[in-house]
Design a protein around this ligand. Structure first.
Ligand SMILES: C[S@@+](CC[C@H](N)C(=O)[O-])C[C@H]1O[C@@H](n2cnc3c(N)ncnc32)[C@H](O)[C@@H]1O
Length: 399
């Protein structure tokens, strides 16, 4: 136990020092990289080194994955960055290993996942199916081990996990969800499958959870002795609130949370940080937001380096095209307003012109405004023309 605490202290000590020494890596809005002096904050040694690399150089993989020895030819600051990341990663894996024996194995979680002749329900994709089935089996088996009789699925959305747990395990599962339309959709889906054999029961509760979560969900749990709290893709504060509930409630025996959207966590809330080690490490900074702020949360919400590498060209092009658009709009006092979330991910053109057409076209991702009036028709074509004259800038960035 004491070595685990020691590792935890070291983990946060290294992490806070890393945030302090390399704040330039994250402390900015990514789409402002050309509008503000972000790129100038990159130390000269990093700039020289990265500009010397060829496109998709193997060294990018080594740096982003932080695996293996730091290369002797890299600048000292980069070696120190990679070495710190490696130590942090090693500590986090060590902390995880200590618990893994008590957890259901991969084969247990993959049981009954038969992909042959799989017919996915409407609106499901394979990733979602596998995720729900795997996490559902994981939580269900933990509940069997701990003899839990009920599960509360926090932020249950369309009820996929609630329904998997109720269908495959002898559990009373309560889905708690703040969006009434999702609750209705989950209940409708449940009713349409009522005739199929289900080992447990499922109910849904439309509730906006707050930091008083324990009092709020208590009425749903009165009849149960041993309860598991689970959450898949728990947005922002749902994760710290679930942790607090788990710590403070005797009947809550298990907690299985997969967090997401860290950037939605409230700043300056009593929910973060919860770790005494981290509180003590941050204690030396009068202004905590100097190191821990929404830009760090956003970085934490990004895909891991090794996954990111597969799409690196597409992602960086997208980012630079958007950054050019932002720079232009700022210089010309245009407002750029996003109409749809994640539009860029699914609608990315291969050239800057394609990108502009897709993003600013009639059913595109952004509205361009001037003095609170939406730019349309010929005026928008003129804006298009002006932006597309920035080709030189685009070519420079790409080369
Ligand atoms: C990312 S979705 C995950 C849905 C589901 N667990 C899944 O994996 O498919 C997060 C869900 O949490 C719900 N949610 C967010 N904040 C909530 C709150 N404070 N109380 C209850 N539900 C909330 C959202 O409406 C949304 O349906």
């Amino acid at each position: 136990m004491s070595s685990r605490c020691g590792s935890m202290d070291r983990y946060f000590q290294l992490a806070v020092t890393l945030f302090h020494d390399f704040r330039w890596v994250y402390d900015f809005k990514a789409t402002d990289i050309l509008s503000t002096a972000v790129l100038q904050n990159i130390p000269q040694s990093f700039q020289t080194f990265f500009l010397s690399l060829r496109d998709n150089d193997e060294q990018f993989h080594e740096i982003l994955n932080c695996r293996g020895e730091a290369n002797i030819l890299w600048p000292v600051e980069l070696r120190s960055f990679v070495a710190s990341c490696q130590e942090i990663q090693g500590l986090s894996e060590g902390l995880k290993d200590g618990y893994s024996n008590a957890l259901p194995s991969h084969s247990t979680c993959n049981k009954n996942l038969n992909l042959d002749n799989l017919k996915l329900p409407k609106k499901w994709n394979l990733k979602k199916y596998l995720e729900v089935a795997y996490v559902g089996n994981f939580v269900g088996h933990l509940c069997s081990q701990e003899q839990c009789d009920a599960v509360v699925d926090i932020g249950s959305g369309l009820g996929y996990l609630t329904s998997h747990l109720a269908s495959h395990f002898e559990l009373a599962v309560v889905g708690v969800e703040s969006d009434p339309s999702r609750v209705t959709a989950a209940e409708t889906a449940y009713r349409s499958t009522l005739n199929s054999c289900s080992t447990g029961s499922q109910t849904y509760c439309c509730l906006q959870i707050t930091e008083n979560m324990s009092q709020e969900i208590e009425p749903c749990l009165r009849n149960y002795n041993k309860v598991c709290i689970c959450a898949l893709h728990a947005c922002g504060d749902l994760t710290p609130w679930s942790l607090k509930h788990f710590i403070g409630t005797d009947s809550c025996k298990l907690l299985a949370v997969a967090p997401c959207c860290y950037h939605k966590m409230s700043m300056n809330s009593s929910s973060f940080p919860m770790s005494n080690s981290l509180i003590s490490e941050l204690g030396m900074y009068d202004d905590r937001s100097f190191l821990i702020n929404q830009w760090l949360w956003r970085l934490a919400s990004q895909r891991a380096g090794k996954n990111f590498l597969n799409d690196i060209r597409k992602e960086t092009e997208n980012l630079f095209y958007r950054a050019i658009l932002e720079k232009f709009c700022r210089a010309e006092s245009f407002g750029l307003f996003r109409k749809k979330r994640n539009f860029t991910k699914s609608n990315h053109g291969s050239t800057f012109d394609d990108y502009l057409q897709t993003m600013l076209g009639p059913s595109g991702g952004f509205d361009v405004m001037k003095d609170n009036i939406k730019i349309e028709g010929d005026s928008l074509s003129e804006v298009f023309y002006q932006i597309s004259r920035l080709h030189d800038e685009v070519n420079n960035l790409q080369s």
